[in-house]
Design a protein around this ligand. Structure first.
Ligand SMILES: [Mg+2]
Length: 105
């Protein structure tokens, strides 16, 4: 993960784009790219996988750019959130169903 973050940093620095990468602008950009991803499925499920993957990459790149802007390690925050998710969704309650944790009995 470090290598890809370094490559993204280099891409940004070469273009002097860091000035535009405020957390609010990056949050908007993540949402815009997520919308573009959703658009791939707008009218039917006959999606173009190559296009879908490009939009997934856009979302991930902006997510990593947010980590750069906030000076946090993406692997650490992903692991931290996965630990929280594992507690919210224990296997014995969550296995094989899509029930939201707040609705577990
Ligand atoms: Mg896009």
């Amino acid at each position: 993960m470090e290598k890809i973050v370094d490559d993204i940093k280099e891409f940004i620095e070469k273009r002097n784009w860091r000035q535009f990468h405020t957390p609010d602008c990056l949050a908007k950009s993540i949402s815009i790219e997520a919308g573009e991803l959703l658009e791939c499925f707008q009218w039917n499920n006959d999606y173009d996988k190559e296009h879908v993957l490009e939009e997934v990459a856009d979302v991930l790149i902006y997510g990593l750019q947010m980590c750069i802007a906030l000076d946090v390690n993406p692997e650490e925050i992903i692991r931290s959130k996965m630990e929280k998710n594992a507690k919210k969704y224990p296997v014995e309650k969550a296995k094989g169903n899509s029930t939201k944790y707040s609705d577990f009995k």
